[in-house]
Design a protein around this ligand. Structure first.
Ligand SMILES: [Fe+2]
Length: 195
């Protein structure tokens, strides 16, 4: 049997059970915004607009059905059942508006424990694409690259998809060449075991 003993890279793509409500929330022009709209990052990417969201309770409520599915996947994969054992909070949440020419450079999200990306559009031709990138891909010999995929995984998400990744996983967004605006939201979460 082949074992993969250190699976520190993972992603989970879940179509939110409450996808309509979740997408309406991230697209709501009247959404409560965070008072701090200064971003310390963004100099290496191009984005029409980004807005930090402010209603953390609502975000947690809307993400809860997808988070339940995510932790159930962890249980199936690891045997660890965290049901009722975790307290969690939003560290930061913001939405991204991609118009023609916009993209996001490869980056990670230090300082949190789980990253959620919420997709507000059905993917279509010309839309920018979210990808995850293996920082160790360049270490792998070309022979093994033909057997085990190690570089990037590109996604064509559905409207209402939520992708969960660990904060250390590199990811980015390719250039947007469509005339339609694409909207996503990112949520950084922190967890704590309830003692
Ligand atoms: Fe990101």
């Amino acid at each position: 049997m082949l074992h993969t003993p250190w699976p520190q890279s993972f992603y989970s793509r879940i179509l939110a059970p409450n996808r309509k409500e979740l997408v309406s929330f991230i697209k709501d022009e009247n959404a409560v915004l965070h008072p701090d709209q200064e971003f310390s990052w963004g100099n290496d990417c191009l984005m029409e607009k980004k807005q930090r969201l402010g209603d953390y309770n609502k975000i947690l409520e809307l993400l809860s059905p997808s988070l339940r599915l995510f932790w159930n996947e962890i249980k199936l994969g690891t045997g660890l059942d965290v049901t009722g054992k975790l307290d969690f909070q939003v560290n930061e949440a913001w939405r991204n508006y991609y118009t023609k020419g916009n993209f996001q450079e490869v980056h990670d999200h230090p300082g949190c424990q789980l990253v959620c990306v919420i997709f507000g559009n059905e993917w279509e031709e010309g839309f920018s694409r979210f990808f995850i990138m293996n920082r160790h891909g360049s270490e792998v010999d070309i022979f093994w690259k033909r057997i085990i995929p190690v570089d990037q995984i590109w996604m064509k998400p559905r409207e209402g998809d939520v992708v969960f990744i660990p904060p250390w996983m590199l990811h980015g967004v390719s250039p947007h060449i469509s005339d339609k605006t694409r909207i996503t939201a990112s949520v950084n979460l922190n967890f704590r075991f309830i003692s």
